[in-house]
Every structure is written in structure tokens, then in C-alpha cells.
Design a protein around this ligand. Structure first.
Ligand SMILES: NC(=O)c1ccc[n+]([C@@H]2O[C@H](COP(=O)([O-])OP(=O)(O)OC[C@H]3O[C@@H](n4cnc5c(N)ncnc54)[C@H](O)[C@@H]3O)[C@@H](O)[C@H]2O)c1
Ligand SMILES: [Zn+2]
Length: 356
């Protein structure tokens, strides 16, 4: 299966190519068509270079990747290494790794020499269906996650699902949570299709996996093209993609981004909270609430966590949103496939509804 997606809105020129077992020919083509290519690569996928012709001559920096690389310290260290390898305005930075390396590498490409060309080769399911798409990058600070970064579109995104064969099951599930999110916010038919096909996604059956990745990207693309810089506050807002993320991020912060909770697990719980609220506020039917809940349970996505209603979680949300009047914006559902931006919901009201 070979699929291409082009972003065609003003200002965004980026193409996405999805093809199984394509990585060798794609890397060789980038090397052959550019005068100076520098790779940033996650050590866990370093062996991909062994397939590439003349791999001993490649210029690359290999890193152990986790959330900790998204820091000023790594940013500065990698910029220096890239500069020492020799870089000019025509150089291309190719980033091969998951979302953490993609976020760091994107920020480096956008700032080095005021911007050099960027190619992303995402290697986790989460990065293939979500983080590589849309041009956001960033690093973390002691004040919070992703607080320093830019919007900077890669020229090309190459997706080879073959990478996923070495990915731990828990990381596959983490990426799957973002796929389901895309279905729930925008496409009921896709949700029903996932209900029938999710088991084959987890078995990494390529035709099903490619379709899920492709569909997921097409949905994200709609919001990115309508609202690249996240300025809108309506049903086309890019913020719709944050469905489940308010509570999800609060849980991740509560657990200090440690391994007890992956991003996908945190947002699964967050999506279940937003779904429950949509029902309790009379927007969503009981039938749809149960359909979502059953899908999560059947696929091993967590629907609860013993700390989810801890008052510290609400404090984190309150602080995070920097609200003065105790109100937050949430993404809620009218149906599966129909989401909307709901501004100014009182946090105490949310607390009461969830405790009932
Ligand atoms: N920029 C955006 O729009 C956006 C959107 C969503 C998430 N994100 C960011 O993405 C990050 C999470 O991304 P992630 O889940 O890919 O995390 P990650 O990059 O830490 O990868 C998860 C783990 O998988 C390993 N790995 C990577 N590819 C592998 C492979 N093919 N086989 C085996 N192991 C492999 C990594 O070394 C790491 O240990 C977060 O920092 C989040 O903020 C960004
Ligand atoms: Zn997410």
C-alpha cells in the first residue's frame, strides 16, 4: 500500500508519504537529491542505516530518546553538534524517531540559521498518526511542557509502518489512543471501522494499519489547515484535537511524566472524562457514552485511574489554564464524530458532575 497526502493550504507546503518497507529507498533518495544531509536518529532505530548504501559516510547524531531530551540543555548540545558537522542554508535535517525527537528536531531545524529544511521520519505509532503532522514543535521548561517552540512545517514526512514491529505493545496502544481520538471527534464511520478492525491494527496487519494511519492524518489535516496557529475558538479550531487532553495532561503532570502512565493512557482517561461530562451535560446520548466506553475496554485503553478525581488534578488544571474566574474551556461531544468547543465551564460544576 502506497499513499500520499499533500497539505495545500496557504503557507503550508508539506507532503506525507505512507508506504511499508519504503525506508531504504526514501533515505537514499534524500541523500541523492540534497548536497548536505544531517540525520538526528533515535538509537532504538539506528539499525535502519545498515540498509542504506554507503551508510558509513552518513552524518548523524544518535540519541537515547525520552521526554528528557526536550530540554534547553539537549537543544543547545545538539545545535552545537549539528553546527560542528557543517551546516548551511541548503542543508536538510532528517529526524528519525518518535515524538520526543521530532519535537526537539523540529525546533532545532526551525531555529538553526533561522530555518533549514526539515524531513520527519516518525517511528512510533503516536508520532506517525499525530505528532509529526501539523508543524508544532517544542521543548519543556521548569514552568511546564512544550512552552518553548515554533510552528514550522517539515517539507516531507515519510511514514514506514515497518518501524512499528520493534515498538513495545504499550507504545502501540499509546498511539492507538490518538487514532481513536481522531475518530471520536470527527468521523463516526471511522469509529465503527475501528470497532471492527482494531485487533488487526494491534497485530500490525499492514493494510489495516496503513488505512488507520492514513485516515487519522486526514482528520488531523482538516483542523491544521483550517487553523494552523490555533487561533479559532469554534468547531474548526485546532484545539478540538485536544479532546481528552485537559485532564490527560493534568494526570501526566501529576505523575511527573514518569513511566507509570504513557501519554496515550493519560488521554484515554481524559477522553473518558470528557465523554462522561458530555453525557452529564446532556449533549451526548447514553448509547454513545457506552459505545465509547466499551471500545476502550475491549482494546485495553484505560478508562479510569485512582487519582483522576484527586483535588490536586483540579488544582493542576486550574493553574495550567491560568484562569482567574475558575472557568475552563473543554472539547465535548454531541455524537461520536461530532465534537465542539465549549468555553467557560465552571470547574466546580465539573467537579460536582463527575463526583455524582
Ligand atoms: N508536536 C505535536 O504536535 C505533538 C503532538 C502529540 C505529541 N507530541 C509529543 O510527542 C511526544 C511523545 O512521542 P512518542 O510517544 O513517540 O515518544 P518517544 O519519542 O519518547 O518514543 C517512545 C519510546 O519508543 C522508543 N522508540 C521510538 N521508535 C521506536 C521503534 N520503532 N521501535 C522501538 N522503540 C522505539 C523511543 O526511544 C522511546 O523510548 C511527547 O513529548 C509529546 O509532547 C507532540
Ligand atoms: Zn496527544
Amino acid at each position: 500500500m502506497n499513499k500520499k497526502i499533500n497539505f495545500a493550504s496557504k503557507g503550508i507546503k508539506c507532503s506525507v508519504e505512507i508506504e511499508v518497507h519504503s525506508i531504504k529507498k526514501k533515505i537514499e533518495s534524500i541523500i541523492n537529491t540534497n548536497s548536505n544531509v544531517i540525520f538526528l536518529i533515535d538509537k532504538k532505530v539506528l539499525n535502519v542505516f545498515k540498509k542504506v548504501k554507503n551508510y558509513k559516510n552518513l552524518k548523524y547524531i544518535a540519541l537515547n530518546c525520552s521526554e528528557k531530551i526536550k530540554s534547553f540543555q539537549y537543544y543547545s548540545m545538539i545545535c552545537s553538534k549539528v553546527l560542528s558537522l557543517g551546516v548551511d542554508r541548503k542543508s536538510v535535517l532528517v529526524v528519525i524517531g518518535g515524538g520526543t525527537l521530532g519535537d526537539l528536531g523540529g525546533f532545532i531545524a526551525s531555529t538553526l540559521l533561522r530555518g533549514i529544511d526539515l524531513v520527519l521520519i516518525p517511528t512510533t505509532l503516536l508520532s506517525q498518526v499525530d505528532s509529526s503532522i501539523g508543524g508544532k514543535n517544542g521543548i519543556n521548561t521548569s514552568f511546564g511542557k512544550n512552552l518553548v517552540g515554533t510552528f514550522y512545517q517539515p517539507k516531507l514526512i515519510i511514514i514506514d509502518p515497518y518501524f512499528l514491529s520493534s515498538l513495545p505493545k504499550r507504545e502501540i496502544l499509546s498511539g492507538y489512543a490518538e487514532i481513536v481520538k481522531h475518530a471520536i471527534i470527527y468521523d463516526q464511520k471511522f469509529f465503527d471501522w475501528l470497532n471492527r478492525n482494531s485487533k488487526d491494527i494491534f497485530k500490525l496487519k499492514y493494510h489495516v494499519l496503513c488505512k488507520a494511519i492514513h485516515k487519522s492524518i486526514l482528520i488531523k489535516k482538516i483542523y491544521v489547515e483550517k487553523d494552523e496557529k490555533e487561533k479559532l475558538k469554534n468547531k474548526y479550531s485546532r484545539a478540538i484535537l485536544n479532546f481528552g487532553h485537559t485532564f490527560g495532561h493534568a494526570l501526566e503532570t501529576y505523575y511527573n511524566y514518569n513511566k507509570r502512565l504513557t501519554h496515550g493512557e493519560a488521554i484515554s482517561i481524559g477522553m473518558m472524562i470528557a465523554t462522561t461530562l458530555s453525557y452529564k451535560l446532556n449533549y451526548l446520548s447514553f448509547k454513545d457514552l457506552i459505545k465509547i466506553k466499551n471500545h476502550f475496554i475491549a482494546n485495553g485503553l484505560p478508562i479510569e485511574n485512582k487519582e483522576m478525581y484527586n483535588k490536586k488534578i483540579f488544582e493542576i488544571i486550574y493553574k495550567d489554564k491560568k484562569n482567574t474566574d475558575n472557568k475552563i474551556n473543554l472539547i465535548l461531544l454531541k455524537n461520536i464524530g461530532k465534537s465542539f468547543f465549549k468555553p467557560n465551564i465552571n470547574l466546580n460544576k465539573i467537579k460536582k458532575l463527575l463526583n455524582k
